[in-house]
Each structure stands twice: as structure tokens, then as C-alpha cells.
Design a protein around this ligand. Structure first.
Ligand SMILES: [Zn+2]
Length: 306
């Protein structure tokens, strides 16, 4: 059975598991055009799984879906690479080939991405966009923090040495956004609790607590065109999409895989890509032995004004 021929004619005799998998994709294009202008959210599989089912359907070998056995539980962890092996039995050519093709096909699509920061007013980002790491600007911001805080009086003289001691130059000109906020909040909430990782590193364990006294932990939501990611990044994402597609089809979990997936951008994010923000009320602080951080007042100036 080649699904390219059968998708428009779902037979009543087709097992229900196959029908449930195919039905949401029935009206969708079965080629690369299904991704053109499509906007999806990783943690909402309903926003991309039907498109991937449609895109995959002409790539399945005869009897491929029967081999996949939708709904048949496999004892594999969500991040087990063997999900690729499960899919490999169902497709023509091999998964590696289709992964490369999917990486090309999703280039005109848009994914909801997230950026963690600490700010008084998230509206600034929605008005001005997000900028890449400019070291001179960060030094000026750090200097302003040090100048404003009496408890940093004695640190002031040591500031040039403290800056020189942090050798990280990788962040310069870069901006990081992630495809899954679940992972960011669970494993890297220090971006929200302290803001800039570099400023936090310069202040160090003794002084970084001052960063918690202004602003509020903020999760910015960005609709990121996938053309902003490199082909290699899109290939990594395509790998995760195909594995998750197989897992969702077989195990039918009611949760999405909590992927740790970062896009490293080298250009600013314009304001019209910013589509919203939130202020998580409770976070786990990886810099303080994974203790719980509770946001005193989870709102910013933009929230209060609207
Ligand atoms: Zn707000």
C-alpha cells in the first residue's frame, strides 16, 4: 500500500489505529509545500504531526504503516535514538535520507521559540526586538548595576579584573533561543532568574544575588522563521521531529518530548517576531543547588499597563 494513493480514500476496513493517524493529514499537501508558511509549536504536536504525516506519506514503503504498528507501545525512552530505527522500517530509502530532505523542506516554516531573560518591562522587546550579545553594551549595563548598588562599593575597583577573568567570548554577536520552554525552565532557569549569563558570571557567587532585586523572570515567545537556522540545525530538528512522530504514533503519550534544542542566531530578532511573553511563578535555580525560586510578583510594566 502506498499512502500517496490511499490517503484520499480511507477505507472503513483500515484498522482504526491507522485511520486515526492518517485522518488529520487527509486534506494536507503531501509534499514540501505543506511546510510553506506553516507555523508550529513543538510542545503542541497537533500543530505539526499532521503535516509530517502528510509529508511522510509518499515516502512510506508498501505496508510501511503496518510495519510501524501505530498504537503498539514500544519500551523506548522519549529520547532514544532507536525511534529512528522504528521509522526506518517503514520508509523507502533510509531515515537519514528523509531527515536531510525534511531539513530542506521545513526551511520556509516557522517555529515558536523562547528566550529567557529578566526585565522590568517585556514590552521593550515587543517594541524593539531582541539584540545579539554586544559586549560593550553588556559592560555598560554591568557598570550601571555596580554603580547603583551600595553593597557593590568594594567590588567596583575589582570590576575590570573580574571582567577580564571571564574569558567567554563565544556569546559575542550571538543570541540563543530554544524550541522548547519546558526544558529551559527545568534545566536553565538561571537566564530568567539572573538575566545575562555573562553579567551573572562576572558578579560571581558573592554578588549575583543583586540581579534578583530588579526586574522579573520573563519568557519571551518568538515566532522564528526556520530559515534563520543553519541547515545543520534544521537537520537536528528534523531528526527530533521524525523520532517524536514515531513515538507519538506508537506510544500515544499525552505529553510531548521535552527537547533541549537551541538555535544560535547571529542577527537581531525584529520586534514583529515577538508574539508574547509570560512570567513563570516558580523556577529551579541551577546556580543555587537547584533550590526553588519563587517570583515575588509575576508581572512587568507591560503586564500592568495592559
Ligand atoms: Zn509582563
Amino acid at each position: 500500500m502506498r499512502l500517496g494513493k490511499t490517503n484520499g480514500d480511507l477505507s472503513a476496513s483500515m484498522p482504526q489505529a491507522l485511520q486515526e493517524l492518517l485522518e488529520p493529514a487527509r486534506q494536507l499537501a503531501k509534499d514540501d509545500s505543506v511546510w510553506r508558511g506553516h507555523c508550529f509549536v513543538w510542545k503542541k504536536p497537533g500543530s505539526w504531526v499532521p503535516q509530517l504525516t502528510a509529508w511522510l506519506s509518499p515516502r512510506l514503503r508498501a505496508g510501511g504503516l503496518e510495519k510501524l504498528k501505530p498504537r503498539q507501545f514500544r519500551d523506548l525512552c522519549w529520547d532514544d535514538s532507536d525511534w529512528s530505527r522504528v521509522l526506518d522500517k517503514c520508509v523507502t530509502a533510509d531515515v537519514e535520507y528523509h531527515t536531510s530532505k525534511l531539513a530542506e523542506a521545513i526551511e520556509p516554516a516557522t517555529i515558536r521559540a523562547y528566550h529567557g531573560c529578566r526585565t522590568d518591562d517585556a514590552g521593550i522587546y515587543q517594541r524593539e526586538g531582541l539584540r545579539t550579545h554586544d559586549r560593550a553594551e553588556m559592560i555598560a549595563r554591568l557598570q550601571a548595576v555596580v554603580d547603583a548598588r551600595p553593597e557593590l562599593k568594594y567590588f567596583k575597583d575589582r570590576l575590570p579584573d573580574a571582567i577580564a577573568a571571564i574569558e567567554n567570548t563565544l556569546d559575542i554577536g550571538a543570541l540563543y533561543v530554544v524550541a522548547d520552554d519546558q526544558s529551559l525552565i527545568k534545566h536553565a532557569a538561571h537566564y530568567l532568574i539572573y538575566g545575562s549569563e555573562w553579567i551573572s558570571a562576572v558578579l560571581g557567587h558573592s554578588y549575583r544575588h543583586v540581579l534578583k532585586t530588579t526586574g522579573v523572570p520573563t519568557l519571551l515567545e518568538i515566532d522564528l522563521p526556520l530559515r534563520m537556522g543553519s541547515l545543520a540545525t534544521r537537520k537536528e530538528l528534523a531528526t527530533k521531529m521524525l523520532r517524536e512522530w514515531a513515538r507519538l504514533a506508537c506510544n500515544r503519550p499525552d505529553w510531548s518530548a521535552p527537547i533541549d534544542f537551541t538555535f544560535t542566531l547571529r542577527t537581531n530578532v525584529p520586534s514583529d517576531w515577538l508574539v508574547g511573553h509570560s512570567h513563570p511563578g516558580e523556577l529551579v535555580d541551577p546556580l543555587e543547588h537547584y533550590s526553588t525560586y519563587r517570583t515575588p510578583k509575576p508581572e512587568c510594566a507591560h503586564c500592568r499597563a495592559s
